[in-house]
Design a protein around this ligand. Structure first.
Ligand code: SAH
Length: 256
């Protein structure tokens, strides 16, 4: 008898707590025979694990993790590869596809991508409503994108008056790019530009900071922080970050 065909699921598990996991993602994890992920993320879904085989690897083990997942799927199993937030936003979905079209192209495996709440939307909701108009997402990690390219992109974005969400803003090892970005924001958008920081968004130890770019507490920012840089429409209103969409509101608007 031929083995049953395996299946790969790239599952976004959201920012942290179980309430922020979609029902579809939960079902995928429950039906999986094997769950593969970075240790910290697998811990986030420990309440769902009941009998599935779990394969965890360390922080930098992405390629190894995906290879092991594909090999388990090639052996006929249903395998969920977990990413925090959304699986297709700096997550594992792309790497799985790259491997499937490359070294594993003869395996004829299906991949289903299951989305999740990404750090940008979680952080935005913690801060208020900063993403009400056009915005851009950039990662400051130079592990895979050369630093010059990140700098080029920042230079293109700053004058465009787009709200910017910055992922991977700084780590213990990488501390020089973020202060450069702060200088750039002050030069291009002015010292009063509103910035929001959210650390561990959606997790029990969530922390936020909201203020002007000149007052940013650099030591607050780590790899578990997402940064939202406002544009010319962004203010602090009742302690919340708001980018105005452009509605023409007056005190006695008859269309209200
Ligand atoms: N796939 C993830 C992003 C992975 S990149 C997603 O869609 O959210 C990792 C970066 O995402 C971190 O360095 C941090 O900037 C951001 N991040 C992820 N989860 C976060 C959280 N709960 N709170 C704040 N930032 C988070």
């Amino acid at each position: 008898m031929k083995n049953k065909k395996g299946m790969l699921l790239a599952v976004g598990i959201g920012p942290g707590t179980p309430e922020l996991l979609t029902i579809q993602a939960r079902r995928a994890l429950e039906t999986a025979e094997v769950i593969v992920g970075y240790r910290l993320y697998v811990r986030q879904i420990s309440d769902i694990i009941a009998g599935q085989e779990v394969i965890t690897t360390g922080m930098r083990g992405e390629v190894e993790r995906c290879r092991r997942a594909i090999e388990a799927a090639a052996a006929g199993r249903t395998v969920a590869v977990v990413s925090s937030g959304d699986a297709g936003i700096y997550g594992m979905a792309g790497l799985l596809l790259e491997l499937l079209e490359g070294e594993y192209r003869d395996n004829d495996l299906d991949l289903e991508v299951i989305p999740g709440i990404t750090a940008a939307s979680m952080a935005a909701s913690v801060l208020g409503a900063p993403l009400m108009n056009d915005f851009v997402v950039l990662s400051l990690s130079d592990l895979m994108t050369p630093r010059e390219k990140i700098q080029q992109r920042l230079q293109a974005v700053m004058p465009a008056d787009l709200v910017c969400v910055l992922y991977n803003p700084q780590s213990r090892r990488r501390t020089s790019l973020f202060p450069e970005v702060v200088k750039q924001v002050i030069a291009e958008r002015g010292p009063d530009t509103v910035v929001g920081l959210v650390k561990n968004a959606g997790r029990p130890d969530q922390e936020k900071w909201l203020g002007k770019v000149v007052d940013i507490p650099l030591s607050f920012i780590d790899m578990l922080t997402v940064v939202v840089v406002g544009n010319s429409t962004t203010d602090i209103v009742n302690g919340r970050m708001l980018s105005r969409r452009g509605y023409q509101l007056t005190g006695n608007d008859e269309n209200r």
